[in-house]
Design a protein around this ligand. Sequence first.
Ligand SMILES: [Zn+2]
Length: 263
Amino acid sequence: MDPFEHQDYQPESPRARTASMNVLSQLLMVFGVAALLATMFTAWTPLGLVPSNLAAQLVEIFWGAGGQSDSGLPQPTPRPRPLIGILAGHSGGADPGAVCPDGLTEVSINLDVATRVKEKLTASGFDVDLLEEFDARLDGYQAMLLVAVHADSCAYIDDNASGFKVAAATNIEDSRATRLSACLSDRYGRVTGLRYHIGSVSAHMTGYHVFGRIDLLTAAAIIEVGFMNLDRQILTQQPDLLAEGIAQGVLCYIYNEDASGGG
Ligand SMILES: [Zn+2]
């Protein structure tokens, strides 16, 4: 929130009124002196030798060029917009992640969804970096938060292998990454209708290599957006819905919204 936008109107205090009256009387005195000098010069010298802008010059000498009102007030400095990192899993490398028998790759899903998340958060007024799996920028990466987007195996495991899961980075000691994770779980589940796939968060997720590279203060989480086998339809047909779920999860975290429904 910009503190300048929400300042209540304050009636002019007696002290401020006295100060402005002092300024006014000084101004009148300057003009008076200037007028007097101008008159004297005009009276004593032939017309035309007196600079016509003498009064203005005198005012300038007393008050400085341009006057006080334009240059004297402090201007609010524009603050940098909060930065968000969205990582498209397996992008930028040779490993496409999971691959289906017909050639559908995990990286294509991740990149599609991550790009849409970036667009949505940019539209919400944030600066967003779209990061690759082994992005050089990840070393000591400083941002308000980072979300890595992956998808689960295309192999048929069982009829239960459906849904999403989220894991918080363990690089950070406070609870921010856990809250980011809860926000993502809650909003992603609500928006997409996918259920949280309980009990399958692996060491692959919690020990995600990216978490060990970024700055300790960057809250981070990884989301597996669905299984490429049983959830194939929503992953390929509704990438915008998946992106909306992630974007809403990010905004839930940023605006400290309730995420008690998160898994
Ligand atoms: Zn992956």
